[in-house]
Design a protein around this ligand. Structure first.
Ligand code: AMP
Length: 148
């Protein structure tokens, strides 16, 4: 088994076809449905050419319709994802090493992965990195106690 320095992001990432995401032009209500149905707390936002544009989460949506005394659900109708998304999205280029991905993952549960054109190609989750590290360390331990 190889260590993270020798591996590429693409080897551990979840490819974009399997990632729940929304378009920046989608109605906010649609993003809410995707978040509820997928069960994820935050998902990537792309444009019509599939370029990565931001992240949207349930707390951003709820915060945007929070009135003084209640959540003003009727305000959902007038908004699209772009109005509310966070444009500061933690991302990494797909050609970077996994050790850089691991370093960045300390602060984020997942990183979006992009190619040279800024096209969204997948996500790298902290879970996938930890799973790999766990297997790697177990294997190293087994090798170190193996009789010579
Ligand atoms: P996990 O590693 O499964 O705990 O996921 C960590 C975070 O990554 C989740 O809370 C989501 O924000 C995001 N995530 C993981 N898998 C997906 C997916 N298939 N689609 C969209 N977001 C995902």
């Amino acid at each position: 088994m190889r260590n993270l320095n020798e591996m590429k992001i693409t080897e551990l990432m979840i490819s974009s076809e399997k990632v729940a995401h929304v378009n920046m032009n989608n109605p906010l209500e649609h993003a809410m449905l995707v978040l509820i149905k997928s069960g994820y707390s935050a998902i990537p936002v792309v444009d019509t050419t599939f370029k990565l544009k931001g992240l949207i989460s349930m707390s951003l949506i709820l915060d945007s319709i929070l009135g003084i005394e209640r959540i003003e659900v009727e305000r959902l109708e007038n908004k699209v994802v772009e109005d509310v998304m966070n444009e500061e999205v933690p991302y990494i280029h797909e050609n970077e090493s996994l050790s850089k991905g691991m370093r960045l993952s300390i602060d984020y549960p997942f990183l979006c992965v992009v190619n040279d054109e800024g096209i969204f190609t997948g996500i790298l989750t902290r879970r996938a990195i930890l799973k790999h590290m766990n297997r790697y360390l177990h294997e190293m331990n087994r090798e170190s106690v193996r009789p010579t």
